[in-house]
Design a protein around this ligand. Structure first.
Ligand code: NOJ
Length: 561
């Protein structure tokens, strides 16, 4: 194991430069929707650079940029045509270098997204595979098979893709290729040495440019056992996901990450990585977070939970326990580019264990306008965020949540872009466009200050209220809350443990960090009396009333400040 990963913050890290990620606040930028410097309606890298001061003032430790590579945008950039370049609509490699320099000057680390399960169908390898024909070496880099039926006219199996519809597409000469997502995203063959080698080159390419870490897209899907006969969809569903499932979370994927780890450790400080791994148990997730592998894995448990004390308590305990066993630190996520924003989720009837996916919950609740409690949702979101930011481990924030943005429902079918919306399937619902609408920077002006031109997804009128300029001027705004929380978090950050205190109420949670920093969250509808501790309150998600913590509110108590 590397010292960097083993360092225990309770005894103080050996080299803080190598352990920055353990309790970092990481801000996810969806580049096409963050800031548009050239007015073409698409956010870009110079746009990120132009907002470097905003990011510094927000107080985050790192940004994670969703894909900015050349892409036909069949899946919002997760269809990568060239892993070692910038989409010309988003800028150039020198723009990227300038952005990294500007962020580093402000002590902000840079994490980029690596999409290894599939390329774009426009990637030169896939184009070559199409041209080279069946049986060619070029087709070996992907997963091509003959079809079923008398003339191979049926897909090799009845598997469905994550976006709905068949997981196989037929090419002109009659062969079929596998795509776990959109048909424009052919799956790579990770048994192929050239595929493995090429990603090592990509990791070095970005590390050499000063990138500090990587977020690994569907890290649990790369390796596959496609020994014939292939199982049917129904058979597949019966196979336990214990490391030997043909498609998901296979043990042999960790051989890939062990190789990646040696690349990360070529650098000083070692590059970091976080796995997006949708696996079944904490034990399976721990493998991705191991020090010999990627080092950290996303924990999406809070993102899937309701605003509910018992659920939060259980999830926090489970994940801290898991972090203890892996030696990694835990990660907390309430929103990202794939799910309905948490202000909106908490304004809808509780999920009650239903999956949280791309607006399904709105549809299930009878439609956005009818069911959404905007104010209550935001109040609960602010409380949940403040509670999350006091937890040990790293916190991942998604652009726009610092403004308290709700999901945008007002997007017509013609304006939607997400393949998940058009193809249904596992992601059935409104799709993911509602959380990807370009940010409002100013209350007035073209595209609310996103750029000098339009916005590639429509921004609703109500964005004006949430614009950065309006919120910067308001000490009670969500932006002011995030800025103050992140500033205090830096000051108060402490060892990676917590101790619970029994509050005598099932709907009120309270914990203390090793240095005495406390968070108390009232998930209930009745106020909770803080007594003398109210005098040491340093920040609250809604104003305290005397010594009383109002319903659906979190407070931080820090006697040392
Ligand atoms: C997970 C990403 O977060 C999502 O946006 C994307 O559609 C799929 N992986 C496929 O790359």
């Amino acid at each position: 194991m590397t010292d960097a990963l083993l360092a225990d913050t309770e005894t103080r890290p050996v080299d803080p430069a190598a352990t920055w990620w353990r309790q970092a606040a990481v801000y996810q930028i969806y580049p096409r929707s963050f800031a548009d410097a050239n007015g073409d309606g698409l956010g870009d890298i110079p746009g990120v650079l132009s907002r470097a001061d905003y990011l510094a003032e927000l107080g985050i430790d790192a940004v994670w940029l969703s894909p900015f590579y050349p892409s036909a945008l069949a899946d919002g950039g997760y269809d990568v045509a060239d892993y070692r370049n910038i989409d010309p609509r988003l800028g150039t490699l020198s723009d990227f270098d300038a952005m990294v320099t500007a962020l580093h000057e402000r002590d902000i680390r840079v994490v980029v997204d690596i999409v290894p399960n599939h390329t774009s169908d426009l990637h030169e390898w896939f184009q070559e595979a199409l041209r080279a024909g069946r049986g060619s070496a070029a087709r070996e880099r992907y997963i091509f098979r003959e079809g079923a039926g008398a003339d191979g006219e049926l897909p090799p199996t009845d598997w469905v893709s994550a976006f709905g519809g068949p997981a196989w597409t037929r090419v002109d000469d009659g062969q079929w290729y596998l795509h776990s997502f959109a048909r424009e995203q052919p799956d790579l063959n990770w048994a192929h040495p050239e595929v493995r080698e090429d990603f090592l080159t990509t990791l070095r390419f970005w590390s050499d440019r000063g990138v500090d870490g990587f977020r690994i897209d569907v890290a649990h899907m790369l390796t596959k056992d496609l020994t014939e006969p292939l199982p049917s969809r129904e058979e597949l569903a019966q196979i336990p996901r214990d490391g030997n499932h043909p498609l998901l979370d296979r043990d042999d994927v960790h051989e890939v990450y062990a190789e990646w780890r040696s690349v990360f450790n070529e650098y000083d400080p070692p590059r970091t990585a976080v796995a997006e791994a949708w696996v079944e148990t904490p034990e399976r997730r721990a493998k991705y977070a191991s020090a010999e592998g990627l080092g950290q894995a996303f924990n999406f448990d809070l993102l899937e939970a309701d605003f509910d004390a018992a659920q939060f308590h259980r999830i926090i305990d489970e994940n801290l326990e898991q972090a203890r066993t892996t030696g990694s630190s835990t990660t907390w996520v309430l929103s990202n580019h794939d799910v309905t924003r948490h202000a909106t989720r908490y304004g809808l009837p509780p999920l009650g264990g239903r999956p949280v996916k791309q607006g399904v919950e709105w549809v299930a609740a009878g439609g956005p306008a009818e069911q959404l409690d905007r104010e209550g949702g935001l109040r609960r979101a602010r409380a949940a965020t403040l509670f999350m930011l006091a937890l040990p481990g790293s916190a991942y924030l998604y652009q726009g949540e610092e403004l308290g943005l709700h999901e945008v429902a007002e997007i017509s079918p013609e304006e939607r872009q997400d393949p998940a919306f058009f193809r249904g399937g596992e992601f059935d619902g409104l799709g993911r466009d509602g959380c990807r609408v370009p940010l409002p920077w100013t209350g007035e002006g073209a595209s609310f200050g996103f750029g000098a031109g339009g916005a590639h997804l429509p921004q609703p009128e109500w964005f004006a209220r949430y614009a950065v300029d309006a919120e910067s001027a308001d000490p009670a705004s969500t932006l002011s809350l995030y800025r103050e929380a992140l500033r205090l978090r830096h000051r108060l950050q402490s060892g990676e443990t917590l101790e619970w205190t029994d509050t005598g109420r099932a709907d009120v949670l309270r914990f203390t960090r090793p240095n005495g920093w406390q968070a108390v969250a009232n998930f209930g509808t009745e106020p909770f009396d803080l007594g003398d501790d109210a005098a040491d309150a340093v920040l609250a998600s809604s104003p305290l009333i005397g010594t009383s913590l109002p319903a659906e509110t979190t407070v931080w108590i820090a006697p040392q400040i």
